[in-house]
Write a protein that binds this ligand. Structure first.
Ligand code: NAD
Length: 352
């Protein structure tokens, strides 16, 4: 049996980093003796150019019939003047919806050799910061009723009990496997939807006695992330709060080219992608850092294929490449020599 992987390289540096992710996946599959079957499909700007749609039906079908989906990035200046609903980014929102991916996992990890890249002081950062942010992805104010009435406009934050419960379970399960601490972030002092959110989290906590559940208001959480980030293990929060907090957390790690993400649904199928975009300024130059894409494949092995040892082997190989001093341009200290996208990918594959 082979795990079926759909590759959606997309635009800009997407194909460059995806190619390295595949190289590393092949190395790890040989090491652990499992089979992979790769199929490539169109998404984003390149899909618009070739088919007229940012998300062709064949792409959706291929993804639905696979065990895991790896996405590079979409978008770029070539398509910026298109109307909003025809832009490459529409493909990304479309595939998340089509696959019913309601949970977005964004780790914010500071790799010790790259500590200097973080804007936070050493004494705040400590050693090996590792936070997992779990963001609800398909509900809340981004999907609620919106409109205009006379000279006013409104958007609606609405969550059902079932929506909160399913994202809560993802977070409790993760906290069980990690440090056992879950912080639920809301605005329950003001918002009714947050009061429901908090009630559901408290109710769920009785099923996960090994997890220590705490609550924090979102304004305080924004502050605590830069004041004392080490207090966090897993954070669970709504769509809009998670959007903002996960970007804040990614910046405290200092390196956008290093951070992976996973979007999960009710089943095993997930979509795995670096958090960065298509980086048009460096596309085609062989300068992109492939580590975020490579670490996204480790998340796929862990969450979709349940192969934690293989996932760890990729993460250790990344750590070894960094410890050995290899740096792509984005993470090299000023003036220090750097390696290309392909050299970094090859080194990580060899360390695996
Ligand atoms: P970006 O993440 O593409 O780039 C921001 C900066 O970070 C650039 O200077 C870029 O060179 C650098 N960078 C990003 N990834 C890197 C990597 N792996 N290695 C080295 N440097 C890296 O964000 P942007 O410039 O705001 O957006 C560019 C395009 O990407 C836009 O069209 C945007 O809509 C799209 N975008 C797509 C996604 C996605 O596909 N998930 C996410 C964000 C932005």
């Amino acid at each position: 049996m082979a795990y079926k992987i759909t590759l959606l390289p997309g635009d800009g540096i997407g194909p460059e980093v995806t190619e390295q992710a595949v190289l590393v996946l092949k190395a790890v599959s040989e090491k652990y003796g499992f089979n992979l079957e790769f199929n490539t499909a169109l998404i984003g700007g390149i899909a618009i150019d070739e088919t007229g749609s940012p998300l062709p039906n064949e792409t959706v079908e291929l993804c639905k019939n696979s065990d895991g989906v790896i996405l590079g990035a979409v978008g770029g200046p070539k398509w910026d003047s298109l109307p909003g609903d025809q832009k490459p980014e529409k493909g990304l929102l479309g595939i998340r919806t089509a696959l019913e991916l309601f949970a977005n996992l964004r780790p914010a990890i500071v790799h010790t050799p790259l500590r200097a890249a973080s804007p936070l002081k050493d004494e705040i950062l400590g050693d090996g910061l590792d936070i997992m942010i779990v963001r609800e992805l398909t509900g809340g104010i981004y999907f609620g009723d919106r409109g205009r009435e006379g000279d006013s406009a409104y958007d609606t934050e609405r969550y059902s009990l079932a929506e909160v419960e399913r994202i809560g379970r993802v977070a409790f399960e993760l906290a069980t496997k990690r440090g056992g601490n879950l912080c639920s972030v809301d605005k329950a002092n003001v918002l009714e939807s947050s009061r429901l959110w908090r009630e559901v989290m408290i109710k769920l906590s009785s099923e996960y006695p090994a997890v220590n559940l705490s609550h924090m208001y979102v304004d305080n959480a924004a502050m605590q992330l830069v004041r004392a980030p080490r207090q966090f293990d897993v954070i669970v929060t709504s769509n809009i709060f998670g959007d903002i907090l996960s970007d804040e957390a990614s910046q405290i790690t200092g390196s956008i080219g290093m951070l992976p993400s996973a979007s999960l649904g009710a089943g095993k199928l997930g979509l795995y992608e670096p958090i960065h975009g298509s980086a048009p300024d460096i596309a085609g130059k062989g300068q992109a850092n492939p580590i975020a894409a490579i670490l996204s494949t480790a998340m796929m092995l862990r969450y979709s294929f349940n192969l934690p040892d293989a996932a760890l082997s990729i993460e250790s190989a990344v750590a070894k490449a960094l410890e050995s001093g290899m740096r792509t341009a984005d993470i090299a200290e000023n003036g220090a020599p750097s390696v290309s996208t392909a050299e970094m990918g090859r080194a990580i594959a060899e360390f695996v």
